[in-house]
Design a protein around this ligand. Sequence first.
Ligand code: PLP
Length: 683
Amino acid sequence: MTPNNLPQNLARLSDIAYNLWWTWNPDARSIFETIDPELWTRVNHNPIRLLHDVSASTIDALSHDAKYLERYDKVLAAFDEYMHPDATWYGGAHPERGQSIAYFSAEFGLHESLPIYSGGLGILAGDHIKQASDLGLPLVGVGLLYPQGYFEQSLNGDGWQEAHFEQLNYDFIPAALARDAAGKEISIAVDLDGRMVYARVWRFQVGRVPLYLLDTDVEPNAPQDRQVAAHLYGGDHETRISQEIVLGIGGVRALRALGIEPRFWHLNEGHSAFSVIERTREYLHQGMTFDVARDSVRASTLFTTHTPVPAGNDVFDFGLVDKHFSHYASKLGLSTQQFFDLAREDSVFSMTVLALRFSAAANGVSELHGQVARKMWRWLWNDRAENDVPIGSVTNGIHTLSWLAPELSELLDEFLPRDWRDRIADCSLWEAIEKIPDERLWGVQNLVKRRLFDFARLRGLTPPFDPSALTLGFARRFATYKRAVLMFHDPERLKRILNHPERPVQILFSGKAHPADDPGKQFILQVVQRSREPGFAGRIAFIQDYDINVARYLVQGADVWLNNPRRPLEASGTSGMKASLNGAPNFSVLDGWWREGFTGSNGWSIGADANWDDQNAQDANDAESFYATMENEIAPLYYARGADGVPHGWVRTMKAAIKTVAPRFSTQRMVKEYVEKYYSAGK
Ligand SMILES: *Cc1c(COP(=O)(O)O)cnc(C)c1O
């Protein structure tokens, strides 16, 4: 079987498989899963692969199955309606703005079957373009296709992370090669240290939004150039600058080759900042002076920064920059030193500085992060007062329909206004959560939680882990500032909490450390070794190979979501938004989004709303706060059951979490905010 020779009455399964819209439509997902549930798991939920591998007899049987055909028709009708809407929010609110917005990002987290993301930044980009599609924005995404993507994780016997790279199979990606108006495959070229390096361009369809990913793994590139973008965030500085040249400069050239003339450019993090240089060069070529060209670029560019630590920002040595840009500088009419000055931060070339200097507007990803960023980059504006530094903030959100458990989605259909999906950002709409009977919400939570445990058992979880015990989730990149091991500050106290005779507590961990981050790998090792110790065994587990799939199970099935970063280093964080949406209240340091989201009754805080100078003191204080809140508030509330067996106080907190977090921390609110504050400004 292939997606191309399906029986007539199922032929359009292929249309669904080739548009990532299916990833946020539970009915569409389930018509693939139904075809062969076991194969669906084996192909990592890739519908193209599924349609390729499934037996002809299975498809033949379904083509005569009236019930299946009815579901198929329903999905197709929903898809067609989605793709050809009578109206969209953007069309209504901004009818005059037809021209497109280009959204550049080094990573896009759309689905587990497309491993071109490493963490929150990529998930945010994926959620942003899904939401842009839902709202009807004329937006196009631009990024890189990494032929070996991000790594798969396994652990050796000790618990030390090992990284494996799988070669992407181009036959099974939901994309087609982009072609120009004459039907010719688009190929663009960039100069890498004197060599012309070519890239083809893949077009992915994310609902109504196209995502163009550049791919250098083509003839006639030399082997090392074909591999330059093999791995997301892979290789040395030479590899990284090469990738960023392909993304930034190549990305602009790809849009030109496609005939797309963006009116506005949004750079998600500094990796794509070379795009501003390329656009400046284009304007110079049209006859502008450098200053006018730069102002024109600035007027149509927004830069979103994500990194509140100087060391986290992307920088290159001047020698490396000179090697790649000595020709280019002269095309801009600049000397080498003048070129360096565009992005100089002390003695290095900073992609963040470059992006800030070439964008009229910039933003951090939470209010606190906006403040931190204004302080960090104040020197760029001749030490203006901090409040006058032109870096604002748009707090992150999540694409609700991608993260909401299907069972909960059905419950919302019963109690929320029918059109709730179109009005997610409307806070008043979520008041209707209060109408849900406690036992119904509790019932759904337990159903979804059992699904998490079934999944975790397939990944090696063994008794005495118990779906009826209070379960905390902690899953994210294992960057050390996220302090995964904070809870082991006083191991004996933690053991007492986990092994309380009437109120047992379990903790499920998952996450990857960057392959070059040995301290992060040490944290994983520590968690795994602790999980084998008497007193922790059977209470703490580490689920291997964190990805979007594991994330979905965990945020939907956990009872409480834990996050204890070293404040103020978590620019926003988004996993707690996903958990809160699913009725798992957030238990977190008041950093990033939680400083804005915490109301006092929709979850719990860790530590104080203050920044620390002394890290050891901060660790001790936050650990103490974690233990005390677990002992005195969280566990007692969870286990206080009514005569009907339902923990009514707990369900009250769940409801508060859903209704306060779902609207404000949705991408529906976030993308509208980007449109109103930035994409539409001045036009
Ligand atoms: C949401 C998400 C993240 C971000 O997690 P934070 O806790 O906000 O850092 C990272 N990875 C995956 C797979 C996610 O789904």
